[in-house]
Design a protein around this ligand. Sequence first.
Ligand code: FES
Length: 147
Amino acid sequence: MTRVGRRDFIRKLPVLTAGLAGAVSVTTLTGCAGTRYLAPTPRPRGLSIDLAMLGQDTEAFLQTPDMERPIYLHRNEEGGWTAVLASCTHQGCQPEPVADRLVCPCHGSEFSLAGEVLQGPAAQALVRYDVTEEGDSLLVKVGGMGG
Ligand code: FES
């Protein structure tokens, strides 16, 4: 083990604090990234996601490489699922889940987790998709999906 004298410690302090700031920053990012992104499987009638992939999660973003914005999938208190396009109807930014609502970071619009407008400037609800449980998976009925 190498001993560090007081003078060396003070000289290295900026490096040590920078490393500590990086460690805190990584922890914060991990803590904020609560909603997972999952890759659904395109089916003729929409997007399919295995319930096992969701595990105990009550929400997830579903996104395939060809989607500009993900779909926000949420299980409500009654156990049903809702799915909305995470594209703000004001100018297209991506709302993020914050507690019991989806909040748009661009101009502050707020939506319920099922997509209704709670606060403008957005005037229209988020695009909603029907969700059905089919065996061990969920089908999000997105029009125009191939496969
Ligand atoms: S784009 Fe969402 S509030 Fe403006």
